[in-house]
Design a protein around this ligand. Structure first.
Ligand code: PLP
Length: 286
């Protein structure tokens, strides 16, 4: 595998970052995971806009670079058609011996490399996955830059591990106030009576790129959309439920802690949304 590291493309085993890098020491940095379809990045401008916004939230400048050209270079060098590209930007290494919180003048560390798409079986894609409520809570908007996609991912990893321990595909986190938030690596949607619901950004959820695409396309298919604060029990009255992320796209949820969603069929709204999403994804790579 070839890795882009600070303006150079190097073999993975030669891609080294300093132990003084503040991304490593403090999680001071941001990242993006971009879907690659047919060798082209999907919704790249939106990812770059979120990257800039994440940087603004953690008070870190975005280096001036031709990002689309760099992403394409990594795709071409690695000859990947269907994958993800992970783009990581950290504050960079402070010189050894400088004080803890001195802003390093070496500049940021920029790393890009490809990743395989998450493993989703055909049956999971058709019938849906099982998810579970986890004890990990999504931190409140007031506690830190919750809308930034930062390198501080421990909370999400803990939620994912908890889900895996219960053989669930994803772990659903609540807000500190006990409302629905999002899963460890995906946003949550549910449908009832021709209305599509999703927790609002005020719940501290990540402004997912796929979430945004779904909210834009749903009204064109005849679904009303609502973003709000929802108690967990409302999920038990939903007809259908699904997850979104750049990795899984639109993925139906069959059960939450064993409770099934009654209208999860091949002619469901989720299936319609999925078909439309795949169409838009293909259009992105033209
Ligand atoms: N929520 C969290 C916590 C995530 O980590 C991700 C993606 O990694 C998402 C939602 C989905 O975001 P996107 O659609 O931009 O991939």
């Amino acid at each position: 595998m070839w890795v882009y590291l600070n303006d150079r493309i190097v073999q993975a085993n030669r891609a080294r970052v300093s132990v003084f890098d503040r991304g490593y020491l403090y999680g001071e940095g941001v990242f993006e995971t971009v879907r690659i379809h047919d060798g082209r990045p999907a919704w790249l401008e939106r990812h770059l806009a979120r990257l800039a916004d994440s940087c603004r939230q953690i008070r870190m400048p975005v280096p001036e670079k031709n990002w689309p050209a760099i992403v394409q270079r990594v795709i071409d060098k690695n000859r990947v058609d269907h994958a993800l590209i992970r783009l990581t930007l950290s504050r960079g290494p402070a010189s050894p011996g400088t004080r803890e919180f001195t802003i390093p003048d070496a500049g940021p560390t920029v790393v890009l490399f490809p990743r395989p798409l998450p493993h989703v079986t055909r049956s999971q894609r058709r019938k849906g996955v099982g998810i579970t409520f986890v004890t990990v809570r999504r931190p409140s908007l007031r506690s830190y830059a919750a809308h930034a996609k930062t390198l501080n991912y421990l909370n999400n990893l803990l939620a994912k591990r908890e889900a895996e321990e219960r053989s669930a595909f994803e772990g659903l986190m609540l807000t500190t106030g006990g409302h629905l938030a999002e899963c460890s690596m995906s946003n949550l949607f549910f449908i009832r009576d021709k209305t599509l619901y999703t927790p609002s950004l005020a719940c501290g959820v990540l402004p997912g790129i796929t979430r945004g695409v779904v909210l834009e396309m749903a009204p064109t298919l005849g679904l009303q959309t609502r973003e709000g604060r929802y108690r967990p029990e409302v999920l038990y009255e939903a007809d259908e439920c699904f997850l979104t992320s750049s990795g899984v796209g639109i993925l139906p949820v069959a059960t939450i802690d064993g409770h099934p969603f009654p209208k999860q069929t091949s002619r469901s709204w989720v299936a319609t949304l999925h078909t439309r999403y795949e169409h838009l994804l293909r259009a992105q790579s033209r």
